[in-house]
Design a binder for this molecule. Structure first.
Ligand SMILES: Nc1ncnc2c1ncn2[C@@H]1O[C@H](COP(=O)(O)OP(=O)(O)O)[C@@H](O)[C@H]1O
Ligand SMILES: [Mg+2]
Length: 311
C-alpha cells in the first residue's frame, strides 16, 4: 500500500490543453499499472467531455487502475464557511458582544474563499488517496491556481503574526492574574492552541507543494501569448520557491519549429505533445494517442531534474 502517492499538477493558460494532457497522462500511468486518480479542479470540468462520462465528488472508475473525480467547489465553499462560523463561535464565547452575526453574513464574499475551498478539497483528496500511486490534478484557470499555491505561504505569514500577538496578550493576562489571584499557572489558551494547529496544517500543505513527489507541469502552446503567460506563471511560482517540473509544449505541428523558448522556461525541461490528427475526445482517441506518442510521456515522467532554479 502506497501512503504517499506522487502528485502531478497541470497548469497553464486557458485552452492550451491542461485537461487533455492531464487526462492522457492519467491514462498512461494507469496503463503502466499505476493506481491513478485524476481530479478535475477546474470548475469548467472538461474531464467529463474528454471521457464522455458524468463525474462527481465520488471517484468513478473509467478503466482499470484509473478513477476520475470532480471537485464540487460550491460544496467545499459551503463547508469552509460552516466550519469558519463554528470555529469563531467556539473560540469567541462572547459572540454577541462582537456582533458576529453581521460578520458571518459577509463572510461568503471574503477574498480568498475560493482558493481556501480548493485547498481544503486538495487536502481531502490526499487524505483519501493512500491506496493510490499517482494523483493527477487538472487545475483551474491561472489566477485561481496561483492563489491556490500561494495560500499556505500567505496564511502562514498571518498566522505567525497572530500567534505573536496572542502570546503578548497571554503574557499580559498572566501578569494581571498573578496580581489578582496569585496564581502562577495560566490555563491553556484556546486561541493559541488553535493557531498552532492551523500553522501545522498550512506548513504541511506548503511542504507538500515543495516536495519532490509533487510535480508541476506548465502546459503551453507554440505562440507568443502562451510563451509570455508561461514565463509569468513560472516567475510567480518561483517567488514562493515552487519549481516547475516540465514545460509541456502541446499541439506542436510537424515541420513547424518550436521557435526559441525563453531561457526562463529552461528548454531541458521540455516534454512535447504533438497535435493529434483528429479530435482528441473519448477513450479510444486518447488510447490511440498514447500508443502513437510514448516518448512524450517518457519525457514528462522522467524523474525530477537536478539542475534548475530552486532545486
Ligand atoms: N495534443 C492535442 N491535439 C489535438 N487537440 C488538442 C490537443 N491538446 C488539446 N487539444 C484540444 O484543444 C482544446 C483545448 O484543450 P483543453 O485540454 O480543454 O485545454 P485547457 O484545459 O487548458 O483549457 C480542446 O478542444 C482539445 O481537444
Ligand atoms: Mg480544462
Amino acid at each position: 500500500m502506497n501512503t504517499r502517492p506522487e502528485i502531478h499538477f497541470f497548469i497553464g493558460k486557458g485552452g492550451v490543453g491542461k485537461s487533455t494532457t492531464s487526462a492522457l497522462t492519467a491514462l498512461f500511468l494507469a496503463d503502466s499499472g499505476k493506481n491513478t486518480l485524476l481530479v478535475s479542479m477546474d470548475p469548467a470540468h472538461n474531464q467529463r467531455d474528454l471521457f464522455e462520462a458524468d463525474f462527481s465528488e465520488k471517484p468513478k472508475q473509467v478503466v482499470q487502475h484509473l478513477a476520475v473525480k470532480e471537485i464540487d467547489t460550491a460544496h467545499w465553499t459551503a463547508k469552509c464557511l460552516k466550519e469558519t462560523r463554528e470555529n469563531i463561535r467556539k473560540t469567541y464565547l462572547y459572540e454577541s458582544a462582537f456582533n458576529l452575526q453581521d460578520h458571518f453574513k459577509v463572510l461568503q464574499y471574503s477574498p480568498g474563499l475560493e482558493e481556501y475551498a480548493l485547498l481544503t478539497a486538495f487536502e481531502d483528496v490526499l487524505g483519501r488517496a493512500s491506496d493510490k500511486d499517482a494523483v493527477i490534478f487538472d487545475m483551474a484557470p491561472t489566477a485561481l491556481t496561483l492563489r491556490f499555491f500561494s495560500l499556505p505561504n500567505v496564511t502562514l505569514v498571518w498566522l505567525n503574526h497572530l500567534l505573536t500577538l496572542r502570546r503578548q496578550i497571554c503574557q499580559k493576562k498572566e501578569i494581571i492574574s498573578k496580581i489578582r489571584i496569585g496564581t502562577c499557572e495560566m490555563e491553556r489558551d484556546r486561541i493559541k492552541e488553535k493557531l498552532k494547529i492551523l500553522i501545522g496544517r498550512h506548513t504541511c500543505l506548503r511542504d507538500r507543494f515543495l516536495s519532490e513527489d509533487s510535480r508541476i507541469h506548465l502546459v503551453m502552446n507554440v505562440d507568443r501569448l502562451s510563451f509570455s503567460e508561461a514565463v509569468r506563471i513560472k516567475q510567480r511560482l518561483a517567488d514562493i520557491r515552487i519549481d516547475i517540473d516540465r514545460v509541456v509544449v502541446n499541439k506542436t505541428q510537424p515541420g513547424k519549429p518550436l521557435g526559441k523558448l525563453p531561457e526562463t522556461l529552461e528548454p531541458h525541461r521540455l516534454a512535447v505533445f504533438p497535435l493529434a490528427s483528429g479530435t482528441l475526445v473519448g477513450l479510444q482517441a486518447m488510447q490511440e494517442y498514447l500508443e502513437a506518442q510514448p516518448e512524450s510521456f517518457a519525457d514528462l515522467l522522467k524523474r525530477p531534474l537536478s539542475t534548475g532554479q530552486g532545486s
